[in-house]
Design a protein around this ligand. Structure first.
Ligand code: PSU
Ligand code: MN
Length: 310
């Protein structure tokens, strides 16, 4: 018998997919590693509510008992939010955790793998991983970017995390033929700041046109995803100078403490949160929620587009 990846769907997600209603996949690493308890649990629920407000069904992804869970229950989310020691599972860790019968929290990259397997063409998170500052010597480039070239999933986000080198991140996406479409802004957003200072290659404010772009990308035979950005709302955004100062400080600390590799993103995000007195963590939560609502709307537009084709 051939090997298959076990997928366990929540009833709501299974029904929605069966009826071809729009679904938005969500990561769980932001619950275990991005935010602190109880804010992580509360935010995860508010993110799901925002996807619904946008007109889609949320499917938060994780790995448990060696299976990919597609649609975590309220109790699953509470456990992942409050327990310590749940590992971060990126794409390359996924086969190990699955085959061992283990559990873990999925990053953007591994959530894209799961979403494609589950037949969910849309995913939402606040900030993509990307090319880290100093990557020319460390070679630290998030698997999120590589997975985007391999999974046919549209990723709705507020750009990439500001702790990264956003110029290089954009270069990488261009080199790898990943379309970047900005909804509601001319510039590629920087997670909790409205602009990264890098202009987006395309701005489209018409949701139905975005749906057609996504469908056309796949109709053209492209094996990868599409990045759809939406900026933070003005009232949630952090002052870029304040954020940049905190990031510079966090990068110096990381170097002094010898932090690199898998734990770097979490270390930097938390150091920046501390330096801004929790201002960036607050913005992170708000952006996760506002992005999810846009994700819900865009996934719904895509489902309408597919229905029109039938
Ligand atoms: N820490 C956060 N927020 C996040 C992440 C970490 O405060 O969102 C995550 C996301 O899950 C993203 C991952 O997919 O970090 C990227 O990690 P890396 O740069 O190691 O590839
Ligand atoms: Mn890395």
């Amino acid at each position: 018998m051939s090997t298959t990846v076990p997928l366990v769907y929540s009833e709501e997600v299974r029904e929605a997919l069966h009826e071809r209603r729009p679904v938005v996949a969500l990561e769980s690493n932001v619950i275990t590693h991005g935010l602190k308890y109880p804010h992580n649990a509360e935010t995860a629920h508010r993110v799901e509510a925002a996807v619904r407000k946008g007109g889609s069904v949320p499917a938060t992804i994780c790995v448990e008992d060696g299976a990919i869970r597609v649609g975590m229950t309220e109790r699953d989310i509470e456990r992942f939010a409050s327990e310590t020691g749940i590992p971060k599972v990126s794409s390359r860790d996924l086969p190990v955790v699955l085959a061992r019968g283990g559990r873990g929290a999925t990053t953007v990259a591994s959530s894209l793998v799961a979403a494609e397997l589950a037949g969910i063409p849309f995913f939402s998170s606040a900030g993509l991983g990307g090319v880290h500052r100093g990557a020319e010597t460390t070679m630290d480039v998030s698997s999120d970017l590589i997975q985007l070239t391999r999974s046919k999933v549209a990723v709705v986000c507020a750009g990439a995390k500001m702790i990264l080198d956003l110029k290089l991140t954009m270069e990488y996406l261009e080199t790898q033929c990943v379309p970047v479409i900005s909804y509601g802004s001319d510039d590629f957003p920087a997670f909790y700041c409205a602009s990264s200072g890098v202009r987006s290659p395309h701005r489209i404010d018409d949701e139905d046109l975005i749906a057609r772009v996504v469908a056309t990308h796949w109709a053209a035979g492209h094996p990868g995803g599409v990045v759809l950005t939406t900026p933070p709302r003005a009232e949630d955004a952090v002052d870029p100078a304040e954020a940049e100062a905190a990031i510079t400080d966090a990068l110096a600390r990381a170097e002094r403490d010898g932090v690199s590799g898998q734990g770097l993103t979490k270390y930097l995000m938390h150091a920046v949160d501390k330096a801004t007195g929790g201002r960036t963590a607050q913005a992170n939560m708000a952006v996760l929620i506002s992005t999810a609502e846009v994700g819900g709307r865009l996934a719904a537009a895509y489902a309408r587009h597919l229905a029109e084709q039938d």
